[in-house]
Design a binder for this molecule. Structure first.
Ligand SMILES: Cc1cc2nc3c(=O)[nH]c(=O)nc-3n(C[C@H](O)[C@H](O)[C@H](O)COP(=O)(O)O)c2cc1C
Length: 118
């Protein structure tokens, strides 16, 4: 199964022992017409936050992972026979890091955090 998913996910490099498919559940998300912004925004944000929690948990357990959006959605939907209301948005390969991670460059705090006004 992992090998097949990987074949339809060029965004995944290497051979992770675990790939989590983070899905939007359209049967539970607010419908576009019910949402203030007219989109599936809230459901998308929930999936993004869940993936962040998954990555933090993996890190706490000395595992590594990263979000991958580069995959063939129809194939990834069909392979594990997901029901129609589940839409895979991100794949998250999880594994043992090949090397200790190094922090990548970050923008300075004052550039991204503003107090009281911009
Ligand atoms: C929403 C999202 C989707 C991503 N999709 C891909 C992808 O399809 N392929 C890929 O190589 N990297 C993708 N990335 C980037 C990797 O997940 C990862 O962030 C990048 O390799 C840098 O990792 P680092 O910040 O730990 O060095 C994506 C990142 C995000 C936030």
């Amino acid at each position: 199964m992992l090998r097949s998913v990987r074949a339809f996910a060029p965004g995944i490099i290497g051979f992770p022992p675990l790939i989590v498919a983070a899905c939007l559940d359209r049967s539970r998300a607010a419908r576009p017409e019910e949402s203030e912004r007219g989109e599936w925004d809230d459901g998308l944000l929930c999936v993004a936050m869940t993936v962040r929690n998954l990555l933090l948990s993996a890190h706490a357990l000395a595992r590594g992972g990263c979000p991958v959006a580069g995959f063939h959605q129809d194939a990834v939907h069909t392979l594990p026979a997901l029901p129609p209301h589940l839409e895979p948005l991100l794949l998250v390969p999880i594994g043992h890091p090949a090397r200790a991670s190094e922090s990548t460059p970050r923008r300075v705090r004052g550039e991204v955090i503003h107090h009281e006004s911009w």
